[in-house]
Design a protein around this ligand. Structure first.
Ligand SMILES: [Fe+2]
Ligand SMILES: [Fe+2]
Length: 183
């Protein structure tokens, strides 16, 4: 009898390929680059890594704000969570701009990258922790599959516009089939 229960959650079942999987993959990639930055003593390597980190974070925060966060706010009406995330992005972007305007021979360069990594660590935790934004998104009516495709497309567009396509970027450019991307 109880079988009549409707399965309305189908669209947001995790597939490893949805909006949240895409955002988490970005988080892992940037964390790896931060770790590598911390280990190296080589200025060229530092510059390469910091450049990749800054570019990736700019693309990531843009697709979150344009697509994920706005869908989150519409679906959950959780202004506190949404606004806090946006303010954290603004803080990170400020530091990213400083890092991009600087170079490893600046005495403060390492400190700036270190503080950025701490800000991002905190922010990622707020997004990924139990009861955090992603958990709330999963419990909502958000169509995470569709949002994932939208974000993958926008991400490719932004990466191409900035001339940066990070190594290891999933094959999702130009073929219009972003849903084939694996994580
Ligand atoms: Fe994020
Ligand atoms: Fe974020």
């Amino acid at each position: 009898m109880a079988k009549a229960k409707k399965k309305s959650a189908r669209a947001k079942r995790p597939t490893g390929n949805d909006a949240i999987a895409l955002l988490k993959a970005d988080h892992r990639q940037v964390e790896e680059w931060f770790e590598q930055f911390e280990k190296t003593r080589d200025d060229d390597r530092k510059l390469t890594l910091a450049t990749k980190i800054c570019s990736a974070l700019k693309v990531h925060t843009t697709i979150e704000e344009e697509i994920f966060y706005s869908a989150f706010l519409a679906a959950t009406e959780d202004k506190d969570m949404h606004h806090e995330a946006e303010v954290e992005h603004a803080g990170a972007k400020n530091l990213i701009a400083q890092i991009e305007a600087s170079s490893p021979d600046d005495d403060y360069y390492d400190a700036k990258v270190k503080v950025l990594s701490e800000m991002i660590k905190h922010h990622v935790k707020e997004e990924e922790q139990p009861g955090g934004m992603f958990a709330e998104a999963r419990d909502s009516d958000m169509d995470l599959e569709a949002l994932g495709e939208q974000m993958a497309a926008r991400k490719s567009e932004l990466e191409e516009a900035s001339g940066v396509t990070p190594p290891g970027a999933r094959k999702q450019r130009n073929d219009g089939r972003a849903s084939n991307a694996r994580n």
